[in-house]
Design a protein around this ligand. Structure first.
Ligand code: SF4
Length: 97
């Protein structure tokens, strides 16, 4: 494979065990992150459905890549993981280089 398309290249998940509930991610990318009734952040599907399984992944829309990466870098809980779909390498978040 040569260069990847920008669509569907990154996925994101939240480690709810570490989420502080401050809401920074929801401010950055409300299309991707949302609070559940437990006050913790979860990711949403591409159709906007809240995915309530802890640690579940969703695709990062190409137009929101920067917002999602910024959220991961600034997340006070260090619990947003942005990974490359093709090889699972974390590109932003606590396990990124
Ligand atoms: S920025 Fe991090 S700690 Fe804050 S609500 Fe989002 S996932 Fe939780």
């Amino acid at each position: 494979m040569s260069t990847q398309t920008e669509t569907g290249e990154l996925e994101v998940w939240v480690d709810q065990d570490l989420c502080t509930g401050d809401g920074l991610c929801v401010q950055y990318a409300p299309e991707v992150f949302e609070f559940d009734i437990d006050g913790l952040a979860y990711v949403k599907s591409s159709t906007g459905e809240l995915l309530q399984n802890p640690g579940v992944r969703t695709d990062v829309p190409a137009r929101l890549r920067l917002e999602v990466i910024d959220a991961a870098k600034e997340c006070p809980g260090d619990c947003i993981h942005v990974v490359r779909s093709s090889d699972d390498v974390e590109v932003a978040g606590p396990d990124a280089d």
